[in-house]
Unconditional design. Structure first.
Length: 212
């Protein structure tokens, strides 16, 4: 669905139905986070790098819960809807204790976009006779989730403004190229897969051309 009739614009989509994944999600149900979970959300978020591998190893995120959560049901009655919008592209990637981290007050800086996305998702759920719940990571941590990170090695005219030039070559490092979504320097507002592919193909042509 395209929602660009007003700003900030955004697109909504549902991923391909993956039954094993949806069975796990459906078993979680749609419970609102408890007061206790909200209280411990910040320290819990900081522990996620350690907790997630443990949870995956124990099968807590790879198998349906033995005791289904409130509002759980058959996977065939569940779907996930994601929204990709024209946010302010204000995130910064930094090193924190030797590891990459993103600094971005997303909720505060993109309130109008988030409100519009949630409003449209609720309208969609109502149209199909369903119920709407936020992703648990948003309710608990107030942080967005993405599988297409953009801008970590942004295209730019100089090293002062980004990481790679328009040919995908890292500034000051001849022969070193980056050709994925990280070179895209700003928000797109819709699913970026085709843009990523097009940019990667452009850079690949530049790499081949450099050997001629």
């Amino acid at each position: 669905m395209w929602c660009f009739d007003r700003e900030p614009g955004f697109a909504m989509a549902t991923p391909t139905f993956n039954e094993p994944v949806m069975r796990v999600l459906a078993s979680l149900g749609q419970p609102p986070p408890s007061s206790l979970m909200r209280l411990v959300s910040e320290p819990l978020y900081r522990k996620l790098p350690q907790l997630l591998p443990w949870a995956l190893k124990k099968g807590l995120l790879t198998k349906p819960l033995a005791w289904a959560g409130k509002g759980a049901g058959p996977a065939s009655r569940f779907t996930t809807v994601f929204a990709i919008g024209q946010d302010n592209a204000g995130g910064r990637v930094i090193l924190r204790r030797g590891k990459l981290d993103v600094v971005w007050a997303y909720e505060q800086e993109n309130r109008a976009l988030l409100a519009a996305q949630q409003r449209e998702m609720k309208r969609l759920a109502k149209h199909y006779g369903g119920t709407y719940r936020n992703l648990a990571t948003w309710d608990l941590f107030g942080r967005i989730f993405t599988v297409h990170n953009l801008g970590g090695c942004a295209l730019s005219k100089s090293a002062d403004a980004g990481v790679v030039g328009v040919d995908g070559q890292v500034h000051g490092h001849a022969g070193l190229y980056v050709a994925d979504g990280s070179v895209i320097p700003t928000v797109i507002g819709s699913h970026p897969v085709m843009t990523i592919c097009a940019v990667a193909e452009w850079i690949a042509e530049r790499v081949v051309g450099s050997f001629r």
